[in-house]
Design a protein around this ligand. Structure first.
Ligand code: HXC
Length: 257
């Protein structure tokens, strides 16, 4: 499926959402955010078992919010723009299957925040990542102040947000901001392989694993541990749980649902 600035492609159970505004470095205007929201709904409705998010063209993943749109916003309009992005990024975070950001180039501001909302981040060696909002007289407005410190720790997040520093792929890896760096021309293939591998895992257990890991950030630890206890025992009696154990003991490959 495609919208003017977003495409959604399927390869088996793997969906790929591509932000497609390369002339504007894939900056997220209202239309693009709305299309992303619809594409996420569509991917979920089609039963995607893994989702890849990337940017069109060979320079940018997503260069952030659309600065030309932001320029003249009133406070009320700015609030609506922030809330729209929050809804879309929350939908990425709660997407019921793993989401991988294939960071193929510049990922600034809202682009970094899209990557932060994903489960996993793989960077091309050409990626440059940062939260430069401070130099626009702003702060991150689509989750960066909350998700960045949870991912990289408070000290690194403060440095990135206070200095507005843009880090290259290897520094992003050192900070834990991305999990892996690969050669630019291998990014798509590598992420496709990862996504296919994740899509072949037991669907229900994968969804519960994601919910439990998301609970780390949403619940105090005791509530999170209680969630894990319930989720763990709740998987017992499912086909995949029985099949996984049986296949291991019978020394054969599992046939998951
Ligand atoms: C709108 C953008 C844009 C953006 C680039 N463009 N980034 N348009 N919003 N975020 C446009 C440029 O105006 C230009 O348009 C075209 O894309 C190519 O960009 P250039 O700057 O000419 O390319 P280059 O020299 O290669 O530099 C690329 C770049 C730079 C390093 C990515 O464009 C850049 O620094 N962009 C801004 C990044 C940024 O500050 N992002 C944070 C935004 S704030 P024309 O028409 O001239 O060809 C944010 C807040 C989120 O994200 C929270 C919101 C609630």
């Amino acid at each position: 499926m495609s919208w003017d600035t977003v495409t959604l492609d399927f390869d088996g159970d793997v969906a790929t959402l591509t932000v497609n505004r390369p002339d504007a470095m894939n900056a997220l205007n209202v239309e693009t955010l709305e299309a992303m929201g619809e594409a996420l709904d569509e991917a979920e409705a089609e039963g995607a078992r893994a989702l890849v998010i990337t940017g069109a063209g060979d320079k940018a993943f997503i260069a952030g919010a659309d600065i030309s749109h932001m320029r003249e916003l009133s406070t009320t309009e700015a609030q609506a723009y922030s809330e729209l992005g929050h809804r879309v990024f929350d939908a990425i975070e709660s997407f019921p299957a793993p989401v991988i950001a294939a960071v193929n180039g510049y990922a600034f501001g809202g682009g970094c925040e899209v990557a932060l909302a994903c489960d996993l981040r793989v960077a091309s060696e050409r990626a440059v990542i940062g939260q430069p909002e401070i130099d626009l007289g702003l702060v991150p407005g689509w989750g960066g102040t909350q998700r960045l410190p949870r991912l990289v720790g408070d000290e690194h997040a403060r440095r990135l947000i206070f200095f507005g520093e843009r880090v290259d792929a290897s520094d992003a890896y050192e900070l834990g901001l991305v999990g892996e760096v690969v050669a630019h021309d291998q990014l798509d293939g590598h992420v496709a392989d990862m996504a296919a591998e994740l899509a072949a895992k037991p669907k229900h257990a994968m969804r519960v694993a994601k919910e439990a890991l998301n609970a780390v950030h949403e619940e105090p630890q005791q509530a999170g541990l209680a969630f894990e206890r319930r989720a763990w025992s709740g998987l017992f009696g499912t086909h995949d749980q029985r099949e996984g154990a049986a296949a291991f003991l019978e020394k054969r490959d599992p046939d998951f649902e």
